[in-house]
Structures are given as structure tokens and as C-alpha cells.
Design a protein around this ligand. Structure first.
Ligand SMILES: Nc1ncnc2c1ncn2[C@@H]1O[C@H](COP(=O)(O)OP(=O)(O)OP(=O)(O)O)[C@@H](O)[C@H]1O
Ligand SMILES: [Mg+2]
Length: 358
């Protein structure tokens, strides 16, 4: 997907700007606090309703404004179709989402059309922090390659939250079991999708790892979130008293984990900081590879503050790999001169105003 025009209004320190991005590489420069990351955040918002830094619209709405608005024209090279999407979020909580001039009720319609991959200075959390980071990462991939996933995931979320509410309120066994079949059915489907995705991702990662000059080995494994000795339906019966005592459902895909092992040892324990950073980028590249091979699609890639995260050689290498994938890339940074050898457009930010640099 290629953004061809982007309008941003009343978003953080941006009053109103219009960009006509380069189909491949866009470099967004400027001093600290000038509004570089805000541009990237606004693109992510348009696709998912929230930014990689916050889910709270109020933080994004320009002080003293009532709402922010982001609209974009984008081109799908696969179908040769152009689309227009718009998002407005107001201080009072109202949200207006449009796709091709029609009001839509779920942002997922835009997310599906306009996949966004954000690589931020927080990306190391994927290895360093708890399993939720990895479930979010995994589900990004499954969502974009498996069209049935989203509805099933919604059913699962609903049955889990209803079930947990009943557990908190000491609901009857009958009430609980009325949610169990939907819970088990959707949980098993999510589990199957994720297992096959992790298998494909692990293979894609091996190819990426093999291309490294200084190789290290990492294998991905998926743990379902319940005892592997039993079917989930059986686990739910066996552990029902425990769930009641804990007042929550302790088994299911919401407790799943994607394990990363380097020669049998958790990657977090053995890989150096530098290797972990490289692994994070390779994992994201592998997801883009799968999006490309399974769906013949490209994401818009947002790299926030890239050159402060990676040294010159690794930054250049990553951008080259992203350019080769033919997705559109937006990079922010105070000084991005090391990336200027690629075909690009540069936008310079100054107190929320943009200047195209020629
Ligand atoms: N809701 C808001 N209303 C107005 N201004 C805001 C709001 N939220 C943040 N800002 C300001 O917007 C500016 C832009 O922030 P942004 O994070 O985009 O800067 P940046 O260019 O990425 O900086 P850095 O190089 O430090 O990463 C900052 O000066 C910040 O204080
Ligand atoms: Mg920034």
C-alpha cells in the first residue's frame, strides 16, 4: 500500500499539514520536539485508531483543539485501486471513521487495507518484556494473513470477558458453561491459526538469519496457554474450580507465549543487546516477508528515531531490506543523512510545520 497524500490537522503540535509522500522512502528530519514522530503516529492512527505511543486520543489532540483529523489517499499496487480513509477523534470521545467516503463502524476495515508496521525505540520490548508483547506481535501477523482471524478473535474476547465477569461475580456453573462452547471453539481456532503462523514465521526468520554476516541461531516455538497434555475442553473441566478460586480464566490463548530459543536457551538470556536488536528487526522483516508471500501485499513501515537505535551500517542495511520489500517507508530522525543514498523525499519539521527539502 502506498500513501499518496496525507493531511494531518490538530494532531499534537501539528496545526495543519499536507504531505505527498515518496512511494518508497520518506525521511522526516527536524530538531527534538519538532513533530517528526507525530507524523508517524498520525499514520498509525489512521490505520488502527491509536498510535504506537498511546491509545488515548486526548493526548494526541492538539492542546486547545476539540479534535484531530487525519485523512489519506492511498494506492493499492496489487489491485491498482485508490482508496481514501479518514479518522477524526474528538475530545468528548466521539470517533468518525470513513473509508471511500462511507462512514464505517470498525477501524478494522481500514487496518486490513492499510497494514502498518511500526518499528520504534520500544521495539526491544518484544524480547525483553512479558508474553503480551509477543502475542500482539503474533496477532498482527495472523490478522493480516488470515482473513477469518478477526471475527474469531472478537468472539473469543467477548466470551473471555463474559466468563471472567461471571467468575468475579460467583456466577452459577450453568451460566459459566453457557459461554464455554464459544470460548473453547474460538480459542481452538485462534490456537490453530497461531501455530501455523509461528511455523511459517520461524522458517521466514531462518532465511533472514542466514543472510547475516555474523550468524546466530533462533528458533520460534508457540505455547498455547494451557497444558499441552490435554485438549482445551478437558482443561476447562479439570481447572474449573481453580478458575473459580482465582476469579479469572487462567487457561486459553490469552495466556499463550511465543518462545524464542537460541540453541535451546531463551534468546533473552544468551543474545547480546546488539543481537537482540537485530533479532527484533529480523522478526518484523519476517512478518513483512510473510505478508508478501501469503497475501502479495506490502505494509507501510514506520521507523521512529531509527538512527538513534541502530548504528549507521545497521540502519542502512535495514532500510535497504525494507526498500527491497517494496513497501513504503517513513523514517524519523534528527539527522538521516546516512540514508540519503536511496531514492527518497525529505520532509523537514520545524515547530509542527513541514518543509519539503529539495
Ligand atoms: N496534545 C498536544 N498538543 C500540542 N503539542 C503537543 C501535544 N502532545 C505533544 N506535543 C508537542 O508536540 C511536539 C512534537 O512531538 P514529537 O514527539 O512529534 O517530536 P519529535 O520531532 O519526534 O521529537 P524527538 O526528536 O525528540 O523524538 C513536542 O514538542 C511535544 O511537546
Ligand atoms: Mg520523536
Amino acid at each position: 500500500m502506498i500513501l499518496t497524500k496525507l493531511d494531518i490537522a490538530h494532531f499534537r503540535n501539528i496545526d495543519a499539514i499536507t504531505l505527498e509522500p515518496h512511494p518508497s522512502l520518506n525521511l522526516i528530519t527536524g530538531n527534538n520536539g519538532s513533530g517528526k514522530s507525530s507524523i508517524l503516529e498520525s499514520i498509525q492512527c489512521l490505520s488502527t485508531g491509536h498510535s504506537f505511543r498511546t491509545r488515548k486520543a486526548k493526548e494526541l489532540i492538539q492542546r486547545e483543539s476539540e479534535e484531530f483529523t487525519v485523512t489519506a489517499l492511498f494506492h493499492d499496487p496489487g489491485s491498482s485501486r485508490d482508496h481514501r480513509a479518514g479518522l477524526q477523534r474528538q475530545r468528548d470521545g466521539k470517533t468518525d471513521m470513513r473509508l471511500n467516503f462511507e462512514e464505517i463502524s470498525s477501524i478494522a476495515e481500514v487496518t486490513r487495507l492499510l497494514p502498518i508496521k511500526s518499528l520504534t525505540p520500544d521495539s526491544h520490548k518484544l524480547i525483553q518484556e512479558g508474553p503480551e508483547e509477543r502475542r500482539i506481535f503474533l496477532d498482527w501477523g495472523v490478522f493480516h494473513v488470515e482473513p477469518a482471524f478477526f471475527d474469531i478473535w472478537r468472539q473469543f474476547k467477548r466470551s473471555l470477558s463474559q466468563r471472567n465477569q461471571l467468575l468475579r461475580e460467583n456466577g452459577s456453573s450453568q451460566e459459566l458453561s453457557s459461554w464455554d462452547s464459544l470460548f473453547i471453539e474460538s480459542a481452538n481456532q485462534i490456537n490453530d491459526f497461531r501455530i501455523s503462523y509461528v511455523e511459517s514465521l520461524s522458517k521466514a526468520l531462518q532465511i533472514r538469519l542466514n543472510s547475516l554476516a555474523s550468524r546466530f541461531h533462533v528458533e520460534l516455538q508457540y505455547r498455547s496457554g494451557w497444558s499441552s497434555d490435554y485438549e482445551l475442553a478437558e482443561v476447562m473441566v479439570r481447572n474449573s474450580d481453580y478458575h473459580r478460586r482465582m476469579k479469572t480464566t487462567t487457561d486459553g490463548p490469552h495466556r499463550a507465549e511465543m518462545v524464542m530459543l537460541s540453541d535451546g536457551v531463551p534468546a533473552k538470556q544468551v543474545l547480546s543487546r546488539g543481537q537482540q536488536k537485530v533479532l527484533v528487526y529480523l522478526l518484523h522483516l519476517s512478518q513483512l516477508d510473510l505478508l508478501n508471500t501469503i497475501q502479495s501485499r506490502q505494509a507501510v513501515v514506520l521507523c521512529d528515531d531509527l538512527t538513534s537505535e541502530l548504528d549507521t551500517e545497521h540502519s542502512q542495511r535495514l532500510i535497504q531490506q525494507l526498500v527491497d520489500l517494496q513497501g513504503q517507508i517513513f523514517v524519523s530522525g534528527v539527522d538521516l543523512s546516512v540514508l540519503e543514498s536511496q531514492n527518497h523525499e525529505r520532509f523537514h519539521m520545524l515547530d509542527g510545520e513541514v518543509k519539503k527539502v529539495v
